[in-house]
Design a protein. Structure first.
Length: 185
């Protein structure tokens, strides 16, 4: 299981997609989020969902496009402020309601688990933490660290094709009236 913060982020992302009625195609909100979590960090997925809401883009493909843009930039760049975020997230339910969704969510959380640290935070006293903090020298970036930073970026996102729009061949009453009006002048 992951930490409670990651769980809350994932739960809130699923709830946002459901509550605001994102167009998800044939997938459920949970399936979408679990797919994104295989490629992106949980916080990126949540921020991209809120950014899509801010931009008025209520489609899953919009979230994917935002995430792809952030990967190219190497960091999330969002335009909403804390006020918008709290307004959007204020009334949403945080947890799935059906038992089978809990099972799926637990599988997603297990897959997104980060390796636990070698010691728990309870073993470190505040004095030891402060001493360690003050004795840490700022690391100089090396080639291996830059390579690790590049490797830590999310994997290539999965894109679904956008279906081509083809207008109907039938003319509407409005079009006929408009055509008659232009012919009369």
């Amino acid at each position: 299981m992951t930490d409670p913060t990651t769980q809350a982020v994932i739960n809130q992302t699923v709830a946002l997609i459901r509550y605001y009625g994102f167009e998800t195609g044939s997938l459920t909100a949970l399936e979408l989020v679990s797919g994104w979590l295989e490629v992106f960090p949980p916080i990126w997925v949540r921020l991209a969902t809120i950014e899509a809401l801010y931009q008025g883009r209520y489609k899953d493909i919009s979230v994917e496009q935002i995430l792809a843009f952030w990967v190219r930039r190497g960091q999330p760049t969002y335009h909403f402020n804390h006020e918008f975020e709290s307004l959007v997230c204020r009334k949403i339910p945080l947890f799935p309601t059906r038992d089978e969704e809990w099972d799926k969510l637990n599988e997603v959380l297990a897959a997104a688990t980060i390796a636990p640290s070698t010691h728990s935070e309870a073993e470190v006293t505040p004095a030891e933490f402060l001493e360690d903090f003050l004795n840490v020298e700022p690391p100089s970036p090396s080639v291996s660290q830059e390579a690790q930073a590049t490797e830590s970026l999310p994997k290539k996102p999965h894109y679904r094709p956008i279906h081509k729009f083809t207008p109907s061949q039938e003319s509407s009453d409005f079009y006929d009236k408009l055509k008659r009006t232009t012919m009369e002048d």
